[in-house]
Write a new protein. Structure first.
Length: 421
């Protein structure tokens, strides 16, 4: 008995003194790495190659080098959580699959960029930061850089889609914003814009005071706005954007031949402009739908920013004055160098000028009186005089001949030409 007890003590001591065998164990509750099987590779990675990036770590669970890499790779999975699939597969269990993928030793990491870029083996020192940077490089970007030239088109194309705007003091689109824009649902249901700090006109328009700021705008005229106040991380941002997402609305369709995607809904920049241009496409929304008189600034060419500012100021002034009188005025401008039929209709003695148009029941208008010597100009003072005359009931309106609007210039015509509709 003494001998047996001594033997048992010796064996236990020997086991306690022997070093533990290295082993890779990926725990779902402890790690952010997604461990896959050979049979799930296509459904988890291959199926989404058209619009996402992924990585796959090939390991052998009893390899010391793999065991050392576990924590590094898990850091990548944590930082990329929700943005990219960071996966792993055990080559001891799925040796045939690993061989077919050309993996001869572990640890090996394969990067799967969006199609058509082929998958490739990560080269270089296997460190978490290096793998993260490689994944980030191939993150799809569906954002649109917003400038003063395209902001109105961006906001009014696909009116059913919320417009998410990131205002940033960085020059390039952040990884999180790229990932949100290419997320499986959002890429169909939300439009993502990126506005840099130097776009002062847009920054002032949205009253942005700090960077970064995230704003979502919704509605045909952008009447609903919401500013994000949470943590600037992917998952909370995703949850917030999801609250505004209208799944399946405003999707894109392929044009004939499937060569190009076109928006189901055409851009209507005039819906979000304080003083829009009156054209064939805009005239119903801008003037002829709804109640109110149309105040039209007549110009022999494009209205300048200073003129738009002047008209905007007058618009706000009269909106405030008329708010309790049940009257409404809608403000716009017209380029008579292009809209030649309307130049003939109004017959202004000089330009710029202004007209007040009543589009309801009987089509009629009254024109600014420039005086016998042309002393009344088409400026703020002249327009104010015209409106005071209209509101005072002293204006004389001229009926549109035949109660039919003149033809509108066709803006899609070749440069330097115009055609009448």
């Amino acid at each position: 008995l003494f001998w047996m007890g001594a033997m048992r003590w010796f064996l236990l001591s020997a086991l306690a003194a022997s070093p533990a065998t290295a082993k890779v164990v990926i725990e779902a509750m402890e790690h952010d790495i997604m461990q896959i099987q050979a049979s799930t590779f296509d459904g988890i990675i291959s199926k989404f190659r058209d619009s996402s990036v992924a990585s796959l770590w090939f390991f052998k669970d009893e390899n010391k080098d793999d065991e050392k890499f576990l924590d590094e790779y898990n850091k990548v999975a944590g930082e990329m959580k929700g943005m990219a699939k960071v996966c792993a597969i055990n080559c001891n269990e799925y040796s045939v699959f690993c061989e077919k993928q050309g993996v001869k030793e572990t640890p090996t990491v394969m990067i799967y960029p969006p199609n058509p870029v082929p998958a490739f083996k990560f080269e270089g020192k296997l460190e978490g930061k290096a793998v993260f940077n490689k994944l980030a490089k191939f993150m799809p970007d569906q954002t649109e850089k917003i400038t003063k030239d395209n902001v109105d088109k961006f906001l009014t194309t696909d009116v059913t889609k919320p417009k998410a705007l990131l205002f940033s003091n960085k020059k390039s689109v952040p990884l999180i914003w790229k990932a949100l824009s290419s997320e499986t649902v959002f890429k169909r249901t939300v439009k993502f814009g990126f506005v840099t700090e130097d776009m002062s006109d847009i920054v002032q328009r949205y009253k942005v005071k700090k960077f970064p700021t995230v704003i979502i705008q919704q509605g045909a005229k952008g009447e609903r706005k919401d500013t994000y106040t949470g943590e600037l991380k992917f998952l909370p941002l995703k949850d917030w954007v999801n609250l505004h997402s209208e799944s399946g609305m405003g999707d894109k369709v392929s044009s004939a031949g499937g060569a190009k995607e076109e928006s189901v809904e055409e851009a209507k920049p005039w819906l979000v402009q304080e003083v829009p241009e009156l054209t064939a496409k805009s005239h119903q929304d801008v003037c002829f739908k709804g109640e109110g008189l149309c105040v039209i600034y007549l110009k022999d060419g494009e209205a300048t920013p200073a003129e738009i500012d002047m008209l905007t100021g007058l618009s706000k002034k009269y909106t405030s004055q008329l708010s309790d009188r049940g009257a409404k005025m809608k403000w716009m401008w017209m380029n008579l160098a292009i809209e030649s039929a309307y130049k003939d209709l109004f017959g202004a003695a000089q330009l710029p000028s202004a007209a007040v148009f009543n589009p309801h029941k009987r089509l009629r208008f009254t024109l600014m009186d420039h005086g016998e010597d042309g002393e009344v100009k088409g400026d703020e003072q002249g327009i104010t005089k015209l409106l005071d005359k209209v509101l005072g009931g002293d204006a004389r309106f001229t009926m549109v001949k035949g109660q039919k609007l003149p033809g509108w210039a066709q803006r899609e015509a070749a440069a330097g030409k115009k055609a009448e509709l």
